[in-house]
Ligand binder design. Structure first.
Ligand code: UDX
Ligand code: UDX
Length: 451
C-alpha cells in the first residue's frame, strides 16, 4: 500500500521504516530539513537498535523515501500517519499546535480520499479537532477520514515492538478506513482492537499511565522495604507470579523518565481536569516518581555524610538502556541535586554522552566506567546498561577513594559486592544504616528510623 508518515521522530521513523520493510511504498516527511537530508543519506538522527539498517534497506529497495514536501507526502499516501511531537506545556497539558498545523497542511494538499491517522500520543477528543480543522481547509467534496492508531513501542526495542506488538488499536469512524488499516496491519498477525476514535485515544493514555503507576507502586513498596530490611526484588517476584499482576514493570529504581511517561501522565491529568475529573490517583503516581529521585540523592548523602567536595561517579545518563534519549531522564535531576549539594560529578554512558553535552555543566564526561570511578567516593548506577552488570570490581576498588556502590537500578547482587569489600546499597534492599554498621534502632543521620 502507498502510505505516508508526517514526522520522522522516534515513532514516525520506526513506523515508516517498518511498514516499508513489510512491503509498502512509504514516504516520510518532516519539517526539519537537516533531518531529512541525513535520512536521505541512510543515516538516522538518533540511536535505536536495528533502525538504521532498516532505513538503508528501505531506501535500497526503493520502498522508502524522504521529503520535506507535505504536498508530495499527501499525494503519495492513501493512509497518512501523523507522528509529530506533542510536547508538554508548562501546565502539563499536551501541546497540540504541531498536530493542528500538519492537519491544516494535509487538508490544503488533499486532492483525493485519504485516511489521516493519529500516531502521536494525543489527549481524548483530538481526533474531533483534527477533523474540524481539516474540514475548514479542505477543498469542497474531497472526502477523508480521521482515525486513531496509537503506538506502544518502547525506545531501545522499538523495531522489535513494532513488528511484534501485543496488540494493535484502531479507532475508526468508517468501514472504508477500517478495511484499509486492517489490510495494512494484516502481515503483523497481532490481536486487533477495533473501536471508535475516542476510545482508541484513551487506550494509549490509560496504558502509559497504568504502566507508570505500576512502577510508582513498586517504588513506594521499596521505600517500605528499606524501613524493615525486606528485599523489593523478592517482593516483586512474589507479586509478579500472580498472572493478574504480572512481573513486567515491577523493577524498583530511581523512577520513570523518557519522552512519554512524564508528559503522558500529566497530559492525562490535565485533560481529566478539563473534563471535570480530579485524577488524584495519577497525581500520586507522578509525586512518588519525583520523590524517588530525591530519596536516591538523600540515600547517597546518608552514606557519604557531606556531599560537599565529594566525587560521585554517575553510571548511566539515558532515561533507560539501549537509547541515547535523555528526555526527562532521572540522571538530569539526580546530577543537578548532587551538584547543588556541592558534589563533583564524573559520568559515563555508552550512547548518550553526545546528547548529554550541553545539558550538564561542570560534569566530567569520562571515556569509560573506570575513568568515572577514578578517585570517586562512590559509584551510583542510574541506567541499567548491560555493560555495567559485569565490571572488574577489583580494579574499581583500586581506582575509587572508597569502595562504595549505590545501585539505583538493583543490578548487582548485594552479598557478592559485600564479599568483595564494597559498601553496597540498592533500592528497597534494606536500610543504609544497616550497612553503615550503626547499632539497631539508632536514628539515621537524616532522622529516618532504622529497622
Ligand atoms: C512523538 C510524540 O511526540 C509523542 O507524543 C508520541 O508518544 C510519540 O511520537 P517522538 O516520535 O518521540 O514522539 O517525537 P520526536 O522524536 O520529537 O519526533 C517528532 C518529529 O516531528 C520531529 O522529527 C519533528 O521535526 C517533526 N515535526 C514536528 C514536523 O515534522 N512538523 C511539525 O510541525 C512538528
Ligand atoms: C513507554 C511505553 O512502554 C511504550 O509502550 C510507549 O509507546 C512509550 O512509552 P519508553 O518510554 O520507551 O516506552 O520506555 P519504557 O521501557 O516504558 O520505560 C519508561 C521508564 O520507566 C524508563 O525510565 C524506565 O527506566 C522506567 N522503568 C520501566 C522502571 O523504572 N521500572 C520498570 O520496571 C520499567
Amino acid at each position: 500500500m502507498d502510505i505516508s508518515v508526517v514526522g520522522a521522530g522516534h515513532v514516525g521513523l520506526v513506523t515508516g521504516a517498518c511498514f516499508a520493510d513489510l512491503g509498502n511504498q512509504v514516504v516520510v516527511t518532516d519539517h526539519d530539513k537537516d533531518k531529512i537530508a541525513l535520512l536521505k543519506r541512510g543515516k538516522t538522527p538518533f540511536y535505536e537498535p536495528g533502525l538504521e539498517e532498516l532505513v538503508r534497506r528501505g531506501i535500497a529497495q526503493k520502498r522508502l523515501r524522504f521529503t520535506t514536501s507535505m504536498k508530495e507526502a499527501v499525494e503519495h499516501g492513501l493512509v497518512i500517519f501523523i507522528s509529530v511531537w506533542t510536547p508538554q506545556r508548562p501546565n502539563g497539558e499536551a501541546d497540540l499546535t504541531a498536530v493542528e498545523n500538519v492537519s491544516r497542511q494535509i487538508a490544503q494538499a488533499l486532492r483525493a480520499y485519504r485516511v489521516i491517522v493519529e500516531k502521536s500520543t494525543v489527549p481524548v477528543e483530538t481526533g474531533e479537532w483534527v477533523k474540524r480543522t481539516m474540514s475548514l481547509s479542505v477543498r469542497r467534496r474531497v472526502p477523508f477520514d480521521v482515525a486513531s492508531n496509537p503506538e506502544f513501542l518502547r525506545e531501545g526495542q522499538a523495531v522489535q515492538d513494532f513488528m511484534n506488538p501485543d496488540r494493535i488499536v484502531l479507532g475508526v469512524e468508517s468501514k472504508r478506513a477500517k478495511d484499509l488499516l486492517l489490510e495494512l496491519y494484516k502481515p503483523l498477525k497481532a490481536p486487533i482492537v477495533v473501536t471508535d476514535v475516542k476510545s482508541a485515544e484513551l487506550i494509549k493514555h490509560a496504558s502509559n499511565s497504568f504502566l507508570a503507576m505500576k512502577i510508582s507502586f513498586i517504588n513506594a513498596i521499596a521505600q517500605l522495604c528499606d524501613q524493615v530490611g525486606a528485599d523489593i526484588t523478592k517482593v516483586a517476584e512474589g507479586m509478579g507470579l500472580d498472572t493478574r499482576i504480572g512481573r513486567a514493570f515491577l523493577d524498583a529504581g530511581v523512577g520513570w523518565g523518557g519522552s512519554c511517561f512524564p508528559k503522558d501522565v500529566w497530559a492525562f491529568i490535565r485533560i481529566a481536569d478539563k473534563l471535570g475529573y480530579d485524577f488524584q490517583l495519577l497525581k500520586a503516581v507522578a509525586q512518588v516518581n519525583v520523590q524517588q529521585r530525591q530519596l536516591f540523592v538523600k540515600r547517597i548523602a546518608q552514606i557519604l555524610w557531606n556531599l560537599n567536595n565529594k566525587t560521585i561517579g554517575v553510571l548511566g545518563l539515558a532515561f533507560k538502556p539501549n537509547t541515547d534519549d535523555l528526555r526527562s531522564a532521572p540522571s538530569i535531576d539526580i546530577i543537578r541535586m548532587l551538584q547543588e549539594e556541592g558534589a563533583k560529578v564524573r559520568t559515563f554512558d555508552p550512547k548518550a554522552m553526545e546528547q548529554a553535552n550541553g545539558l550538564f555543566t561542570d560534569v566530567t564526561f569520562c571515556k569509560d566506567v573506570y575513568e568515572a570511578a577514578r578517585g570517586a567516593d562512590c559509584l551510583v548506577i542510574v541506567t541499567e546498561w548491560n555493560e555495567f552488570k559485569e565490571l572488574d570490581f577489583v580494579r574499581l576498588k583500586k581506582l575509587m577513594r572508597q569502595p562504595c556502590i549505590i545501585d539505583g537500578r538493583n543490578i548487582y547482587d548485594p552479598e557478592a559486592l559485600r564479599r568483595l569489600g564494597f559498601r553496597y546499597v540498592g533500592i528497597g534492599r534494606g536500610h543504609p544504616t544497616t550497612y553503615l554498621g550503626l547499632p539497631k534502632g539508632s536514628p539515621s543521620p537524616h532522622g529516618e528510623k532504622s529497622s
